[in-house]
Design a protein around this ligand. Structure first.
Ligand code: FBP
Length: 559
């Protein structure tokens, strides 16, 4: 019986590339400080909440000839939130840097996400354990979770666990919510003279944790390439059978970076962009009309097939739903402790909700099919987010487009067939073998996280920039977490959180879609990217996403 696939065996041998500023070794680094920073919004409140960690400078590293080893250190690491390809390499990079700086140092992994540091649930990494997970996908090395770290009791428990293990640094690998945890923990540790640093690493397939300092979160590259492969296959199937419309919902939570990137890689017939829907204040009816119009126009030229990409978070961006969901969130936060509501049957729950919403929101809620109502009432995640992965927007749209086409048929405006298949691609891409890009980027992020600790920093996000250049030219450094924060309403209360980066409608990536979408709607300009390649020519194995390529090219032109 085989224990490992041939690809597993080969990937374990891959040696990830480091930027040349780090490749000289962890003991040969110098840090360069930039200017002080400000948060993106709500400065007064953020400054007050993060009195000890606010406003620190951006930093970068360079190699020096002066060698400076580290004292023995114990570090803890947490994988937090949804899986993203490359997480294991962040841990491998961190481990290698730590051991290079002092072989006596230890790395602990907290199990099951942030709850591990509170419960004292951990393992100590050995070289064998690390080696078995190099360049592999998934978070199974220590598991992940979505616990929100915010209470005094949680922080006290985390402090005790760290003190018992002699831990003086914690690395949190996560997205916007998890790095909000990192910022809160960093601030609390400084305020309480704990002597424990906290560094974050930018993870999420959603690609929404980005700004001038963080070009992309890790996992986006591999996940979008995986979805693009699957969608390329479906495009070819649709173009072969010529009998189905495929409505494909794509993960990405709020922002449509995933959908946009995959659209550029495959050129499907319809791509909905949540940010555009919001900007143009499109109603659900207008979205349905737009889709039905393309279906009808294609049918008129004999094409009763096509592919539509639907972003996971669409519903929260349709203005009438956005308002209703915001009020629904507040209502549910209150009803959370109401036993009459909790014990009520489904119909009574719908009635209670209707009674609590204003008349406009109640009308929107009532207009929805039962399935969507049920999905909207599901528990929020621990950070207060609607669990959009469970809302079947693709089915809702198929139902509504089909109804609209029936009306059009009666009016003589549609004379074709509409037979639809629905898909949801999300989990398929989150644990894929990291692409070479993600393998290198993640290893560098982890290695760099230890460099930030070595220089005594806390409340920073590990940052590796210039990512569309070869890895040797990447720029390693750190960015203060507070720089990305603002106040947002969660579970009915305003809280400090890292601001999500949405698709920029005047940015270079959306522009490509905008300029081409009519052509892609009618002519079949499908592209078939195929599977991620790990071995072979650089032109196939080391390509970045279109998003990164276009955004960095635009930055260069602007300079
Ligand atoms: P993160 O923001 O934690 O990286 O999560 C990304 C994500 O994959 C979203 O795209 C998706 O909406 C969500 O996680 C699904 O969550 P879960 O894994 O809990 O079902």
């Amino acid at each position: 019986m085989k224990e490992l696939s041939s690809l597993q065996i080969e990937r374990l041998k891959y040696q990830p590339k480091l930027p040349s500023s780090l490749a000289g070794g962890i003991n040969n680094l110098a840090m360069i400080e930039g200017s002080k920073t400000e948060c993106v919004k709500d400065a007064e409140q953020i400054k007050e909440l993060f009195a000890n960690t606010y406003g620190k400078p951006v930093v970068t590293f360079k190699t020096t000839s002066t060698k400076e080893a580290c004292e023995k250190r114990n570090i803890g690491v947490i994988l937090s939130g949804g899986q993203a390809p490359g997480g294991h390499n962040v841990i491998a990079g961190l481990y290698d840097a730590l051991k290079q700086s002092n072989p006596e140092s230890k790395l602990y992994g907290f199990l099951g996400g942030p709850s591990g540091i509170i419960e004292g649930d951990y393992i100590e990494f050995t070289p064998e354990k690390i080696d078995a997970y190099r360049n592999t996908g998934g978070f199974d090395i220590i598991g992940s979770g979505r616990t929100k770290l915010e209470t005094e009791e949680q922080f006290q428990k985390a402090l005790k666990v760290c003190k018992d293990l002699g831990i003086t640094g914690v690395v949190i690998i996560g997205g916007d919510d998890s790095n909000t945890n990192a910022a809160m923990l960093a601030e609390w540790f400084v305020k309480n003279n704990a002597g424990i640093q906290v560094i974050g690493c930018p993870k999420t397939i959603d690609g929404d944790l980005k700004n001038d300092q963080i070009e992309i979160s890790f996992g986006f590259d591999t996940a979008t390439k995986t979805y693009a492969e699957l969608i390329g296959n479906i495009l070819r199937d649709a173009n072969s059978a010529k009998k189905y419309w495929h409505f494909i919902k794509l993960m990405g939570r709020s922002a449509t970076h995933v959908g946009l990137e995959v659209a550029l890689q495959t050129q499907p017939n319809i791509t909905l962009i949540s940010e555009e829907v919001e900007e143009k204040k499109m109603s659900l009816k207008q979205i349905v009309d737009y889709m039905a119009d393309i279906v009808a126009r294609r049918a008129a030229i004999g094409k009763n097939f096509g592919i539509a990409l639907i972003p996971e978070g669409l519903i929260e961006f349709i203005p009438e739903f956005k308002a209703m969901i915001a009020n629904l969130n507040d209502t549910l936060a209150v009803l959370e402790n109401d036993s009459a509501y909790k014990n009520a049957d489904e119909n009574t729950k719908f009635e209670i909700i209707k009674g609590k919403l204003n008349s406009e929101d109640a009308a929107v809620f009532t207009s929805l099919p039962v399935m969507i109502k049920q999905q909207l009432l599901m528990d929020r995640d621990p950070h207060g987010n609607v669990q959009v992965s469970k809302i079947e927007t693709e089915k809702l749209l198929i139902e509504m487009v089909s109804a609209r086409l029936s009306e059009m048929k009666k009016a003589g405006e549609f004379n074709g067939k509409f037979s639809a298949q629905c898909h949801f691609f999300g989990y398929e891409g989150r644990c894929a073998f990291p692409s070479n890009f993600d393998a290198d980027y993640c290893y560098s992020l982890g290695y760099n996280a230890f460099a930030l600790m070595k220089f005594g920093l806390t409340g920073y996000l590990s940052s590796v920039k210039n990512l569309s250049a070869p890895a040797s030219e990447w720029v390693a450094g750190g960015v203060p977490l507070t720089m990305m924060m603002n106040m947002e309403k969660r579970h009915g209360q305003f809280k400090p959180v890292i601001k999500k980066a949405l698709v920029e409608l005047n940015g270079p990536v959306f522009k490509v879609l905008e300029e081409n979408r009519e052509k892609w709607a009618m002519e079949d300009k499908y592209i078939f990217p195929g599977s991620i390649q790990y071995f072979g020519p650089s032109s196939v194995c080391d390509i970045t996403t279109e998003t990164l390529r276009l955004e960095n090219a635009a930055k260069l032109t602007a300079v």
